[in-house]
Design a protein. Structure first.
Length: 106
């Protein structure tokens, strides 16, 4: 079990404009919360960019299962998430948690 957080920064002052907090167990990753900088319009889509970058990082690390939580948020579907019936979810989850938890810091 590992808790992981990441941020996306911009500008010369490394202003944090998007970020993520989640955890991994075996070869699964679960989102706990994500955010983006809403005050400045120019950063509107950086939360989505952060998620796309995270997807690549998880894939490279060998994560087999990314749990985005409840499916009611439309942006998740637009980014390619699949809604999986509970029985299939638990079957995939059980198989993936048995793997070795990769280091997401690399």
């Amino acid at each position: 079990f590992r808790i992981w957080g990441g941020t996306l920064s911009a500008g010369d002052d490394d202003k944090i404009i998007a970020g993520e907090l989640g955890y991994s167990i075996g070869k699964t990753y679960t989102n706990l919360s994500g955010f983006f900088h809403r005050e400045e319009r120019k950063y509107n889509n950086f939360g989505k960019l952060q998620m796309v970058m995270l997807a690549r990082k998880l894939e490279k690390a060998g994560i087999a299962f990314w749990n985005l939580g409840q499916p009611y948020m439309e942006y998740k579907l637009k980014l390619g998430a699949d809604v999986v019936p509970r029985g299939l979810f638990l079957k995939r989850w059980d198989r993936a948690v048995r793997g070795r938890t990769p280091d997401l810091e690399q």
